[in-house]
Design a protein around this ligand. Structure first.
Ligand code: MG
Length: 160
């Protein structure tokens, strides 16, 4: 494989009353949380898919199938560490990751630095390697109507 590799990931989870809301490994107080087989961490799932995409290794669903009871309620940070291990095994390290969460409510800004720190810790990379942003979609579409949230991630890998 080449010396540098780019990857993109995208994920969506539905929101429902009374479920836990975990984004970037941060448990956020909110009346709704993600419907998911795992902990539903939409941001970390997008990042996993970006890493797998950079390596042309398929997607998170292929590696951690939601039909596997072993991944029920799984801590997505552990899945992320496993996925990054696949990159490290192949001689790659993360140059940087940039991510955006699309969500109407709650405001994510107060939690952004904790998300960055959690992700950097899971990957054992400096925190300035990891960018997390959040935006609303101006009350439009499924994120705007608070039916769900989405996340995009892009990564650049280089041979260490
Ligand atoms: Mg997901």
């Amino acid at each position: 494989m080449d010396g540098i590799r780019i990857g993109h990931g995208y994920d969506v989870h539905a929101l429902r009353e009374g479920l836990p809301l975990i984004i970037g490994g941060v448990r956020i107080e909110h009346e709704k949380g993600f419907v998911a087989h795992s902990d539903g961490d939409v941001l970390v799932h997008a990042l996993c898919d970006a890493l797998l995409g950079a390596l042309a290794l398929g997607d998170i669903g292929a590696h951690f199938p939601d039909t596997d009871p072993g991944y029920k309620g799984a801590d997505s940070m552990q899945l992320l560490a496993k996925v990054y291990g696949l990159a490290r095994e192949r001689g790659y390290r993360l140059v940087n990751a940039d991510m955006t969460v699309l969500m109407q409510r709650p405001k994510l800004r107060p939690h952004i630095d904790a998300m960055r720190a959690n992700i950097a810790r899971a990957l054992s990379v400096p925190v300035d390697t990891v960018s997390v942003k959040a935006t609303t979609e101006e009350k439009l579409g499924f994120t705007g109507s608070e039916q769900g949230a989405a996340a995009h991630a892009v990564v650049l890998l280089t041979r260490a």
